[in-house]
Design a binder for this molecule. Structure first.
Ligand code: ZN
Length: 255
């Protein structure tokens, strides 16, 4: 089985910290990303969640090849990637683009999902040093868990097999700031206020505190408002966490 990654020689000698969460030399291949591994474990989760939903969840066959990582390993892979990002030692750019496309053109098996703000200063894949096919990224101003976002994340977990969902708030979030100031805004921008208001009510007018509270509230909403996600958490197949991205340092901190 060919490795998902193309890793330069210097990493071969040291052992490479793969996105699958394991340290292994590229010659050893990556069990976490092997198609056989996907097939062995993916169907169980999908079938279980589909059963929990009753009849009717159509699972695309290409999406049945899910990662076999645990929720903890998925989170660890993200935090390891963030460490490489902050230390300027990113490895994702070493992956061969042609090979990545060949492995992902038929389907996807991202190991984690991120609910992030749309802010241009939060480039999610870069922040976690991940490439094509690894992260299921949902973005909306204020990283709010509205119905469409919850549906997207349910799809990520139930069909694609993401093992962790991270709600990622960030420093100087304009959406949270505008909610605190309750500014008059054109068009439908104020629709965002409704979802962010509970965090401001809880944390008060301090921007950083409100941003952190908002990430935690949205993460809590995902688990409490979605039976699909709640069941996956209960079964030990999914973890949902809130985190904070520091714009200046590039570091992600779990909340
Ligand atoms: Zn923001």
């Amino acid at each position: 089985m060919a490795s998902f990654h193309s890793v330069p020689t210097e990493f071969s000698a040291l052992g490479h910290s793969c996105a699958c969460g394991a340290d292994h030399a590229p010659a050893a291949g990556c069990a976490g990303w092997s198609r056989r591994g996907f097939l062995r474990t993916g169907v169980g989760l999908t079938a279980g969640l589909a059963a929990g939903l009753g009849a009717g969840l159509t699972v695309p066959s290409a999406a049945r090849a899910q990662t076999q990582m645990t929720p903890d390993a998925a989170l660890q892979a993200m935090m390891d990637g963030n460490k490489r990002f902050t230390q300027g030692q990113m490895t994702s750019f070493n992956d061969d683009l042609k090979m990545l496309k060949e492995k992902t053109a038929e389907g996807q098996a991202p190991f984690a999902a991120v609910l992030s703000c749309a802010d241009s200063r939060v480039p999610v894949e870069l922040v976690f040093d991940q490439t094509i096919g690894h992260l299921f990224v949902c973005r909306v101003a204020g990283n709010i868990a509205t119905a469409a976002l919850i549906g997207s994340l349910e799809y990520g977990a139930a069909v694609l097999g993401t093992k962790a969902i991270m709600v990622l708030g960030h420093g100087s979030c304009g959406a949270v700031d505008a909610t605190i100031k309750a500014q008059a805004v054109p068009g439908q921008i104020s629709v965002l206020y409704r979802s962010i208001r509970p965090a401001v009510d809880q944390a008060g007018p301090n921007l950083e505190a409100a941003i952190r509270a908002n990430a935690k509230i949205q993460a809590g909403l995902l688990g409490s408002s979605s039976p699909v996600l709640a069941e996956a958490i209960k079964g030990g197949q999914l973890k949902i966490v809130a985190a904070y991205y520091d714009l200046a340092s590039g570091a992600v901190t779990l909340l």
